[in-house]
Ligand binder design. Structure first.
Ligand code: ADE
Length: 250
């Protein structure tokens, strides 16, 4: 009998080509293949040490020719991928906005801990309000945060790269360290399907800084995805040495 928490197969999920492709190449995974006939998502596979790695990128929007970022593609792709692959763990990795007020800087890496939230779902009705905020629980991963030299704390997802005053107040109230556009949707699917999930995010821009986030994002995308690639390769190789989920926490 295999001990509980054994990791034989992991799934890696990325929204953007720039976030995922360098990692697939560094790990020398196989060529991209379609995840499903009706989805632009692409999957690459390979063994890294003892672990079977399935790497997936959301793919390109066929109408606009850009990466299918956002919660809708994240929910659909993660559901398809988890059904297809049945991993022991999903790691969602990508870029995010950080927060200067909580010590964040460009190039920092953040591992989601304690809560994965939605910041732009405002429904002030009993029950629906709580449902709308998500508040999903990521895998306990203090040891991984230490390994990667990452900060750890709540992260929050929404459908825009810019921010409103209400959202800034929400981030302060919740102590959010990373703002992205996919994590909560992926966490919701993982909760439904009972798959442990981690989110590893690297900071391209600072949400509480006056410069427009989309401009800073573009300027720092290459340097930040290089940091993300290094940390993800380190994490996957560490898992491939034969870890259990318990090793992530302690
Ligand atoms: N990804 C990178 N920067 C972001 C931001 N400011 N908001 C949402 N997603 C992001």
């Amino acid at each position: 009998m295999t001990p509980s928490g054994t990791i034989n197969r992991i799934a890696l999920l990325f929204a953007m080509d720039a976030e995922g492709t360098p990692i697939a190449e560094a790990l020398t995974l196989g060529d991209p293949e379609p995840l499903h006939a009706a989805s632009p998502a692409r999957v690459r596979r390979g063994m890294v040490g003892d672990v079977d790695v399935v790497h997936c990128i959301h793919g390109t929007d066929p109408t606009h020719g850009v990466d299918r970022i956002g919660t809708e593609a994240a929910a659909l792709t993660s559901w398809l991928m988890l059904e297809h692959v049945q991993p022991d763990l999903l790691v969602n990795a990508g870029t995010c906005g950080g927060f200067e007020a909580r010590g964040g800087a460009i190039g920092d890496v953040i591992v989601a801990q304690s809560a994965v939230l939605y910041h732009d779902h405002r429904v002030p009705l009993e029950g629906f309000a709580q449902h709308s905020e998500g508040r999903f629980v990521p895998l306990e991963a203090a040891a991984v945060a230490r390994l990667l030299g990452a900060a750890s704390g709540p992260i929050s997802s929404g459908s825009s790269i810019d921010v409103t005053h209400d959202e800034l107040a929400f981030f302060t109230r919740e102590g959010v360290l990373a703002k992205d556009m996919e994590a909560a949707a992926i966490a919701s699917v993982c909760q439904d399907l009972g798959v442990p999930v981690m989110h590893v995010k690297a900071v391209t821009d600072l949400v509480d800084h006056p410069e427009p986030a989309h401009e800073v994002f573009l300027r720092n995308l290459a340097s930040t995805t290089e940091v993300l690639c290094n940390r993800m390769v380190q994490l996957v190789r560490w898992i491939g040495e034969g870890r259990t989920l318990d090793d992530f926490a302690n």
